[in-house]
Ligand binder design. Sequence first.
Ligand SMILES: Cc1cc2nc3c(=O)[nH]c(=O)nc-3n(C[C@H](O)[C@H](O)[C@H](O)COP(=O)(O)O)c2cc1C
Length: 190
Amino acid sequence: MPNEHKDPYKPKTRILLGVTGSISAYKAASLASALVKKDYLVQCAATKSALQFIGPAALEGITRRMLQTDMFADSSEIAHIELARWADLILIYPASAATLARLRMGLAEDLISAVFLANNFKVPFWIAPAMNSSMLEHPATRENLDILAGWGARIIDPDAGLLACGEVGSGRLAEPETMLALIEDFRAET
Ligand SMILES: Cc1cc2nc3c(=O)[nH]c(=O)nc-3n(C[C@H](O)[C@H](O)[C@H](O)COP(=O)(O)O)c2cc1C
């Protein structure tokens, strides 16, 4: 398939796509697919909770790379350090409330949180929250997002609308098309 982004002299832009435990995790597969079609190298990482919502086969089949979930899967690799060094852009899509709290506290308990610390904003770190609107508006979450933004993370505002829980409000994960456009802008600038 012809691809206007394919430049044999320019290395592919490497996206680390972190997926966490939200009902909207299926959108990560759509985003990964759109990115691969645009000639990005996409490596997915997922929390254990994320795997309740989306299976490894979808993310691995789309990206043709093994999904990373476990810091201890192969200790000879030190996965969180390797991934933190590998990426040109790190995106958590979707980012759960629990993951936001872990990032804000610097709790390197899982692979994605450990990558966050190990990368320490050497490359752009984007966070796309998704949750019920009460969870989003809770002072704990608001404060977590403010602090993460203050440190240098780019927060991708969630959309408003009908949520999976049946409520109407803010908290819908930004659509894959929106994310793709932002990532395309990032690639064009770098
Ligand atoms: C059906 C269902 C849907 C959920 N959706 C969300 C969500 O959209 N956002 C969120 O922050 N938590 C959501 N949760 C709760 C998280 O999955 C839970 O807090 C989990 O511990 C997050 O773990 P993680 O951050 O390690 O992925 C949901 C739970 C269930 C059972």
